[in-house]
Design a protein around this ligand. Structure first.
Ligand code: FES
Ligand code: FES
Length: 161
């Protein structure tokens, strides 16, 4: 089994670890770094539960090998809020608009949604639906998720946690 040393900046902190060449980034995040807010729903790039930010852009972490993250920056749901006293506006939007039920898809939905707003701070409901089509939710019917993202677009300053 071949192993490699990687250095990854996760949630603003530089981490160096030795990983197997075949390890997926999502498994590195969860099992090596212990950041279990990033979920695995399928392992085959279909569900979006594993979405993180990779060098500032939303990406499914089951589609990336851990070794490919060497020298790159990863943000997970644990690192999205700007500080301990404030949620990211998308997190607050999901809270205000009841954008979740079981919560399994939620961290991926929030990371993907934050990526949408980073590119377009005022997306239409139609655009939000289109951009989130790679993130599956078995519970909500998506209406409340779209409401949550629109709430965030309308409250870019967020509110105190
Ligand atoms: S676990 Fe990555 S897309 Fe489903
Ligand atoms: S809230 Fe249950 S899968 Fe989305």
């Amino acid at each position: 089994m071949s192993t490699h040393e990687i250095s990854v900046t996760i949630n603003g902190k530089s981490r160096t670890d030795t990983v197997e060449a075949r390890m997926l980034l999502v498994h590195y995040i969860r099992e090596v770094r212990g950041l279990t807010g990033t979920h695995v729903g399928c392992d085959t790039s279909n569900c979006g539960a594993c979405t993180v930010h990779f060098d500032g852009r939303a990406a499914k972490s089951c589609t990336i090998l851990a070794v490919q993250a060497d020298g790159h920056e990863v943000t997970t749901i644990e690192g999205l809020a700007p500080d301990p006293d404030h949620f990211h506006p998308v997190q607050e939007g999901f809270r205000q608009c009841h954008g979740l039920q079981c919560g399994f898809c939620t961290s991926g939905m929030i990371m993907a949604s934050a990526g949408i707003l980073a590119d377009d701070p005022d997306p239409s409901r139609e655009k939000i639906r289109l951009e989130l089509e790679g993130n599956l939710c078995r519970c909500t019917g998506y209406q409340k998720i779209v409401d949550s993202v629109r709430w965030a677009a309308e409250h870019p300053e967020g509110v105190e946690a």
